[in-house]
Design a protein around this ligand. Sequence first.
Ligand code: URA
Length: 210
Amino acid sequence: MTKTEALHDLAQKLAADSALPLRSANLVFGEGDPDATVVFVGEAPGQKEDELGRPFVGRAGQLLDRLIVQVGWRREAVYITNIVKRRPPENRDPLPEEISAYQPYLTRQLAILAPLLVAPLGRFAMNFFLPEAKISRDHGQVFRIGGQFVVPLYHPAAALRATQVLEDLTKDFLRLPKIIEKCRAIAAGTATPSAAPPASPSPRSQRKLF
Ligand code: URA
């Protein structure tokens, strides 16, 4: 089965799962290149995303698009999705039970995509991967969880509200190509992480690499 077929199957299972919360909203599964090196993971669809069935197509999405172009990539060449695949009413924060209900679908989606790097956008997406992390401290840092590199970034919507956050998000984004190069080298065994390994690695091995 190809990645595209596996993703299609998963989207159909998601659509048919009547136990999921937020069923009155439209499904926003995710889109992009199944072979993308980077997968961006947001929080949950907003109004525009719900209307169009596509992730990050509102104001925050326009900023994400600009940042993607600024580093010399194309939106079609990355993959974009959310932890929660349907819009919470009035764009409220997703509830813990909504995040856990959709969790197996994101986990499977990422297993199919198997990107080199996952970039969670904002605190909710970051804490899905790194429960202990703090966005103000850990944005732009590189973690390794199992075989996957994870670089939390500020949410573009937060960057639209605060100039300093926009500056930090832009800086982190512009470092992504270099980070990817280094992650590739670490994955290939031709480079070693600069940070010393922790004295007692946690079972999930959420250590900061560089
Ligand atoms: N914010 C998100 O977290 N996801 C979207 O798809 C749009 C806005």
